[in-house]
Design a protein around this ligand. Structure first.
Ligand code: NAD
Ligand code: MG
Length: 389
């Protein structure tokens, strides 16, 4: 028997995305710690094939069924199992043969496979915040029941998670979620009304997938993150504060009951929280650029402008009211962002679509999982009818 340390077998869901490709870099740099068990992608079959040939996983899923044969052919001599379609994501999440799911799918589509992994008691490195926004109560309850550790990848939540290490039962008084403010910080509606896709896609501090980049530009991302934090850290909505911190150096903070505040800091680089989640509780040495405080003569902190960026106010309302409202908000937002990215609606219309949908769909105080799915579907249909897609 070899006495080599057992490698962590990673199921990388959304392997072709921004989070997925950065997770691949972390795995590539640490071949003695990690191996790839599963890869999934929606449509980028070329990258999926290249990743599969490099890492030789047990299985891959290509979401888009029209690409199935292409992937199957390319991997025919590799021994890699190839699956296709939405249900296949849940099928492979049901495998016993992996240790951690890195949940890097974007949007509601990530919920089902992540829930399956949680039910199997797998460790989850959670990037897919929408999973907790939609059904955080059910996901966290099942994680507790099945002893599935959920380790956040979102940088703010990773920061809070890191600040909690060593705190035992010490209570959080509040958390301070930092927000860069996005590319349109300080702008007013008369400017925003003319914003186009390419403006909104260029974030000052982070390079991310299209959906989260738009969410960052409307501050919906911070709204989703408040709800994500509420579930992850079992907080009351009153305990969550958002502060604009343009430099993205402090990734978030906790204020404990004695008034003491802990912050986690570093240069904005998602590889760090990805690596932290994958290796937890270990920290791995790396060569990422280091923060030099002498290059930052000041760090700034401001209140968010919720009158202009009304998505943050809508998300606050959804967080306080709870029930199916965050799920409805998320569904409407996914439709609105899609429509904006396809030049069907303007920047400010996104908020209008979300707000009208939140007003329209019947409120359910304690939804079942089926009711979350129904609310998601109803909200999508209504939001789409506003856009006339
Ligand atoms: P992305 O668009 O770059 O990648 C998404 C991945 O999911 C791709 O691999 C794609 O193939 C797959 N995918 C897309 N739609 C799918 C569907 N319907 N079914 C199955 N797979 C699908 O997105 P991203 O920026 O990597 O973000 C992924 C998640 O991580 C999001 O929930 C986002 O909020 C969160 N997150 C991202 C960042 C970041 O820096 N990119 C930071 C924090 C949190
Ligand atoms: Mg974040």
């Amino acid at each position: 028997m070899s006495n080599a340390i057992k490698k962590k077998r990673i199921a990388l869901f959304g392997s072709t995305g921004s989070i997925g490709t950065q997770a691949i870099e972390v795995i590539r740099a640490n071949p003695s710690l990690f191996e790839v068990e599963i890869l999934t992608a929606q449509s980028n079959h070329e990258l999926l094939i290249a990743q599969a040939l490099e890492f030789n996983p047990n299985a891959v899923v290509i979401g888009d069924e029209s690409k199935y044969l292409l992937v199957k052919d390319a991997l025919s001599s590799s021994g890699v199992k190839v699956f296709s379609g939405e249900n296949a994501l849940v099928e492979v999440a049901d495998f016993d043969s992996y240790d951690m799911m890195l949940a890097g799918i974007v949007g509601f589509a990530g919920l089902k496979p992540t829930l399956k992994a949680v039910e199997k008691g797998k460790a989850i490195g959670l990037a897919n915040k929408e999973t907790l926004v939609v059904a955080g109560d059910i996901v966290m309850r099942k994680a507790l029941e099945n002893r599935a550790p959920i380790i956040p990848v979102d940088s703010e939540h990773s920061a809070i998670f890191q600040c909690l290490v060593g705190e035992g039962r010490n209570k959080i008084e509040k958390i301070i979620l930092t927000a860069s403010g996005g590319p349109f910080i300080g702008k007013k509606p008369n400017f925003l009304v003319n914003v186009k896709r390419h403006h909104a896609l260029s974030h000052p501090n982070w390079e991310m997938g299209a959906k989260i980049s738009i969410d960052s530009s409307t501050l919906m991302n911070k709204g989703l993150e408040m709800i994500e934090a509420k579930w992850l850290f079992n907080l009351d909505p009153e305990q969550i504060q958002v502060v604009i911190h343009q430099q993205s150096i402090i990734h978030s903070m906790i204020q404990f009951e004695d008034g003491s505040i802990k912050a986690q800091m570093g240069l904005p680089d998602m590889k760090l929280p990805i690596q932290y989640a994958m290796a937890f509780p270990q920290r791995i040495k790396n060569e990422f650029p280091r923060l030099d405080f002498r290059k930052y003569s000041s760090l700034s902190f401001d209140e968010p402008d919720v009158k202009t960026f009304r998505n943050l106010a809508l998300a606050t309302e959804a967080m306080f009211k709870g029930g199916n409202l965050p799920c409805v908000m998320n569904a409407a937002n996914e439709i609105a962002v899609w429509a904006f990215l396809h030049n069907r609606i303007g920047f400010l219309d996104m908020t209008a679509v979300v707000e009208k949908t939140m007003q329209q769909i019947s409120f359910i105080e304690k939804p079942s999982l089926e009711e979350y799915f129904e609310s998601d579907g109803e909200a999508r249909n209504f939001a789409a009818s506003l856009i006339k897609m």
